[in-house]
Design a protein around this ligand. Structure first.
Ligand code: PLP
Length: 450
């Protein structure tokens, strides 16, 4: 019995559940998709909210540039580049016998400064927003000030009277912990069993308290939440429900719009933009997709990618159960090498809010993530962490599966030939060399097997 209903009944009502339980790679194209204008009204947030987040990041830019010198060149903007992938495209076309697919690009959040993953968007944004609220209330700061003034002993002493805590599989902890500690906060990261040792060590080297758990992400979050709830000076970053994280991610879209324009890439009714986003709890891909939909409307098509062992968002949206259900309820173990995606229960907010905005969801096996990691390195010379490869199979899934879906959203062969496919690479540049070598060795062995 699952939520009062026998498993057999779930499987006959929702046939894909069987595929998910068997850990087979699966795609699901959303039959509820409607035009962006209609679907955006479900979210309860709008362009003004994203603009507010963007303005806040601009206010903090002088401070960021000062305390993280690696962002000096970008004047304190935490942003990554885009990169064409002609050699990976050629390899994928050959493997799958495809042609006329348009262009393939990478969004390199794998190389975001400060914490080396997509979490440097939402996680850092939420810490900055909290710090700003406190400093404004205290009269330490006015929104018209140069925020570089926050780099002072007095401000650090003030923030030192407050705590910031978070539960994390690793990357969110790195972003929140490093940013919070730099401002002067007492930072605590509650880490799940699957978090990598090097991430814990890195956090401790920044003066962050790391609490380790033997269980998975949702337990680490729950424990962190409970400890924080009894302490009025502690702000708990709630990855499962945070609007702030979501808006921090959403700012990526306007930045991408400028980058695409700068690269001469047209996005319009004739030239669709297809975006493939690795999904854990859903805030990162959800926020980015929300921002993109606000800007590009029906000309952008977003897909969420998850590991076969942790398909929490697909399961939640497909069954309509959202955060009422976890993958473990269906006997799926949530054990995956894609540690940023090792999440058993989806956000209670993203799946519902984005229900009519996301074109599709698919799963990828760990073996395939490793294999693609090696293919990416061999073709383009880029090293990413396993999670960050989840976007790669998206193009082929869209092009080869479900003609009905393509017809429904008007993706004719003529339009697809002019498409830009964008793989959102979400992490990797901070993986230590021995770890990356081990990933590559594993991937090459799988590649050789074919
Ligand atoms: C967190 C993370 C994601 C997904 O973000 P969610 O907000 O959890 O959905 C994807 N890739 C990497 C590397 C991550 O760390």
């Amino acid at each position: 019995m699952i939520l009062g209903k026998p498993l057999a009944a779930w499987c006959s009502e929702f046939p894909l559940v069987k595929e998910l339980m068997a850990l087979r790679e699966t795609s699901w194209f959303n039959p509820e998709i409607v035009c962006a204008e209609k679907a955006l009204s479900d979210v309860g947030l709008g362009a003004a909210d994203v603009a507010d987040a963007s303005a806040r990041l601009s206010r903090f830019a002088p401070y960021i540039a000062r305390v993280f010198p690696e962002t000096a060149d970008s004047h304190g903007m935490i942003e990554s580049g885009i990169l064409a992938l002609p050699r990976l495209l050629a390899a994928l076309l050959e493997t799958h016998g495809l042609a006329d697919t348009g262009a393939l690009w990478l969004k390199q959040d794998s190389h975001l400064p400060i914490s080396g993953s997509i979490k440097a968007r939402g996680g850092i944004y939420e810490v900055l927003k909290h710090a700003e609220n406190l400093a404004l209330r205290e009269g330490l700061l006015a929104v018209t000030d140069n925020y570089a003034a926050l780099d002072s002993d007095a401000c650090r002493a003030f923030f030192g009277g407050y705590k910031i805590a978070v539960g994390s599989t690793g990357n969110l902890g790195l972003s929140i912990g490093i940013m919070a500690a730099r401002l002067g906060f007492q930072a605590t990261v509650h880490m799940s069993a699957d978090a990598r040792q090097w991430k814990k060590e890195k956090l401790r080297s920044h003066g962050v308290t790391v609490v380790e758990y033997k269980s998975d992400y949702s337990v680490a979050v729950e424990q962190g939440r409970q400890q924080a709830s009894v302490d009025p000076c502690c702000h708990f970053v709630d990855d499962e429900n945070s609007i702030n994280l979501f808006l921090g991610y959403a700012v990526a879209a306007e930045r991408l719009q400028h980058q695409l324009a700068g690269a001469g890439i047209v996005v319009d009714a004739e030239h669709p933009l297809m975006v493939y986003l690795p999904c854990g709890v859903g805030g990162g891909p959800g926020g980015v997709a929300f921002g993109l939909k606000l800007i590009f409307g029906d000309d952008v098509h977003c897909f969420f990618a998850e590991p076969t062992h942790a398909p929490c968002m697909l399961l939640g949206v497909y069954t309509g159960l959202h955060d009422a259900v976890s993958v473990q309820d269906f006997g799926i173990d949530n054990i995956t090498a894609a540690d940023g995606l090792a999440v058993g229960r989806p956000s209670g907010f993203v799946g519902k809010a984005m229900r009519r905005l996301i074109d599709g969801y698919y799963t990828v096996s760990d073996e395939e993530l490793y294999r693609l990691l090696a293919v990416m390195e061999q073709t383009e010379g880029l090293c990413l962490e396993p999670s960050a490869l989840a976007g790669v199979p998206g193009m082929e899934r869209v092009l080869t599966e479900q003609q009905q879906y393509r017809a429904r959203v008007g993706l004719s062969p003529a339009r697809l030939a002019k498409a830009t496919h964008l793989i959102w690479a979400t992490g990797g540049c901070m993986v230590p060399e021995p770890e990356m070598s081990a990933y590559l060795a594993r991937g090459r062995a799988l590649m050789a097997r074919g």
